[in-house]
Design a protein around this ligand. Sequence first.
Ligand SMILES: *[C@@H]1O[C@H](CO)[C@@H](O)[C@H](O)[C@H]1NC(C)=O
Length: 264
Amino acid sequence: MGLKRSSSSLFLSFLVALFLVLSNSAVVCNAGETSSFVRREAKSVDMPLHSDVFQPPSGYNAPQQVHITLGDQEGSAMIVSWVTMDEPGSSEVVYWKEDESSVKKYAHGKHKSYKFHDYTSGYIHHCTIRKLEHDTKYYYEVGIGHTVRRFVFTTPPPVGPDVPYTFGMIGDLGQTFDSNITLTHYEKNPRKPQALLFAGDLSYADNYPNHDQHRWDTWGRFVERSVAYQPWIWCAGNHELDFVPEIVTIFPIHVVVYNSFRKE
Ligand SMILES: *[C@@H]1O[C@H](CO)[C@@H](O)[C@H](O)[C@H]1NC(C)=O
């Protein structure tokens, strides 16, 4: 009995604490309702392979599926990833601060590839650039030596108790016509999110026979237009598990946490 009473008062103080936390956070992060967008209910159809959003960039061995994510917990490093198809090419990233284009820096990365059933991936590059300044716009180039492509990102502000920074959030994106509308909608948000929290289930390639990995490549090309310019922070969903015991005995997981949406 005594035990029961003390646990219920404990529960009450928990509720009070929870209320305080929630009411406080309502003041601190007043996100409000940012959109009236509601996705239509009709079944979503995948965009066909010849769709504009899936087209690879032109040029010999041009880097494609370029994407960035945070490279440390302080916001002073960025991991740049991309895929080349013709040959490995360079895993180097050239980068510079917006206002110091004469001071170019170089970072060296690595590449790897993987096989899955009858699919062989391109050369998947990862390169971490470190010691970046906060709140700073950087240009970066990949494809050094072949077809060079240039992108830009801004680093987050220094870590602190009250730092304004706007996150977007997307989950279950896939590659349907509606996925494209969702991404367009995100890009047009007037609040200009600076990084995206991705809640898992990226490409839905596993909906295809033998989990057709080409649909990871199309997905990577589709989202490049956002993720090459601002970090997306990943978490894995069940669709990242390639459990197909009929064709592969060891099932790989697309490692989306931390550095890449590609298999490692
Ligand atoms: C995807 O959206 C972009 C931007 O709105 C548009 O330019 C493009 O044509 C769309 N592609 C498809 C296949 O819906």
